[in-house]
Design a protein around this ligand. Structure first.
Ligand code: GRF
Length: 193
């Protein structure tokens, strides 16, 4: 069984979607949030996922928060750490210690890094939009890109645009997690067909 730890800060729709779509041999064994008011806490509990709240407001520095976060992650011994709407800037304490973390960002990186990406992407006038999954590295939203999905822009409202972005996220994130944790072995050409 492969273990995942999910980090989130808010609504938690990606957390819920991942939990429901992953195959049985990949499990979210712990979810961690920095926000005691996050609605995702309810979602996680409903799904029977252990949630730990590490309230960033109780720490005097980003580094101290990251130390506690890293310890909590390490205790769960995850094969993969999945950031899903985790709204904290991470320090080298985190990126130096956790090498197996991925993030989803609601734009076609390297465009529109940082917060408010959906609105900025919507207002940019670009004729394509999409989502990116990347490794978490020191630069915010700057780690190596693993996968992207995009769509051609029509005349959608901001709300419709947001819905399309989230639909891509819900389709892509579980697929990429499964691909990372259960890479398909290449088959010998004689066995094909
Ligand atoms: C998603 O759009 C994700 O790409 C971004 O934050 C949002 C989280 O939504 N990083 P939710 O909490 O999973 O509903």
């Amino acid at each position: 069984m492969k273990r995942i730890v999910v980090l989130f800060s808010g609504n938690g729709t990606n957390l819920e979607n991942i939990a429901k779509k992953l195959p049985k041999d990949i499990k979210i064994t712990k979810a961690i949030t920095n926000n005691p008011d996050a609605y995702g806490i309810e979602r996680a509990k409903r799904l029977g996922i252990e949630v730990e709240v590490i309230d960033h407001k109780k720490f005097s520095s980003r580094e101290d928060f990251d130390k506690t976060l890293v310890n909590s992650i390490k205790a769960a011994k995850p094969h993969l750490v999945v950031l899903a709407g985790f709204m904290r800037i991470l320090t080298p304490i985190f990126t130096g210690a956790v090498k197996n973390a991925i993030n989803i960002h609601p734009s076609l990186l390297p465009c529109f890094k940082g917060s408010g990406a959906i609105k900025r992407s919507y207002e940019s006038g670009m004729r394509v939009a999409g989502v990116t999954i990347h490794w978490v590295e020191e630069e915010l939203d700057g780690g190596a890109i693993i996968e992207q999905e995009c769509f051609k822009r029509g005349d959608e409202s901001l709300e419709e645009f947001e819905e399309k972005i989230h639909a891509l996220e819900y389709e892509l994130y579980p697929r990429v997690i499964e691909k990372i944790l259960k890479p398909k072995r290449a088959r010998h050409p004689s066995k094909r067909g």
